[in-house]
Design a protein around this ligand. Structure first.
Ligand code: DHB
Ligand code: FE
Length: 283
């Protein structure tokens, strides 16, 4: 059977992708940020999964106000890096895992969660920047990736509680797949940031670090936080953090197993307008 070996959490700031693509990672502004991911790149090489289930949000790239799925699972054989206005990022195309993705869709929908099936989709910085941070600049990404897009752009957005429950359903789905695959689940986006309006530039490092503490130690309690608290405390785009609860809900302890091991924890301000948070939890 397939199993979830670890969960990875990271911000996805598009300027990080640009810094990598333009060879600026050693500049003084960026150096401290990329230092925080050196461990992670080694860890990825030593803990290479067979598949990454990557929870992220689309930023009005593949979807628009014309069509807004709350949860969308990418079942295609491949996904192209999207052109977000400056041409596509010079990164490898994403190879999917249609068999596992279809199985997860079947299991999770029968488990009463509504998923939108996506058979064709370009993937934006929300998905490619986490891959770059964890894998560097390879010729090809190290394994197939199942993109899982969550609407955190247009209200109403799903609650943290629903995301946490969905993570548990994804775990049940993965564990009922009849191949011995090592699957990592990634939760991306966040941490505190607000890109528009009078509070643009908002950072709340204290709230962010408390979020990391609670995500590790008591995710069920954290899942009860209402969306208005994310927006008030972590800024309008801080709501991206609900996606981390999907990945956390898929970890073994939530289903009565052992507590995860914290392999790595990192926090850094600033990256563009965003506080960057990063965690690796092993089952
Ligand atoms: C920034 C952060 C994001 O999460 C995003 O999607 C776009 C921009 C930023 O900080 O610039
Ligand atoms: Fe974003």
């Amino acid at each position: 059977m397939a199993k979830i070996t670890a969960s990875v959490y990271t911000s996805h700031v598009p300027a990080i992708g640009a810094a990598i693509d333009l060879g600026k990672t050693h500049e003084p502004y960026w150096q401290p940020l990329f230092k925080g991911y050196e461990f992670s790149k080694h860890w990825m090489q030593e803990n290479r999964p067979d598949v990454i289930f990557l929870v992220y949000n689309d930023h009005a790239t593949a979807f628009s106000l014309e069509l807004i799925p709350t949860f969308a699972i990418g079942c295609a054989a491949e996904f192209k890096p999207a052109d977000e206005g400056y041409g596509p990022r010079p990164v490898p195309k994403v190879i999917g895992h249609p068999e596992l993705a279809s199985h997860i869709a079947q299991s999770v929908i029968q488990d009463d969660f509504d998923l939108t099936i996506v058979n064709r989709m370009d993937v934006d910085h929300g998905l490619t920047v986490p891959l770059s941070l964890m894998c560097g600049q390879p010729e090809a990404w190290p394994c197939p990736v199942i993109p899982f897009a969550v609407n955190v752009v247009q209200y109403p957005v799903p609650s943290g509680r629903r995301c946490f429950m969905l993570g548990q359903a994804i775990r049940r789905a993965v564990e009922s797949f009849d191949q011995p695959l090592k699957v990592q689940i990634w939760g991306t986006g966040g941490m505190s940031h607000q890109l528009q309006g009078p509070r643009a530039g908002l950072i709340n490092a204290e709230w962010d670090n408390r979020f990391l503490d609670r995500l590790i130690a008591d995710p069920a309690d954290l899942a009860a936080v209402p969306h208005i608290e994310y927006v008030r405390e972590a800024g309008s785009e801080g709501i991206e953090l609900v996606m981390w609860l999907i990945a956390r809900g898929a970890m073994a302890d939530v289903a009565g197993g052992a507590k995860p091991r914290v392999a790595h924890r990192f926090f850094h301000v600033p990256a563009s307008n965003t506080a960057v948070g990063h965690l690796i939890l092993e089952n």
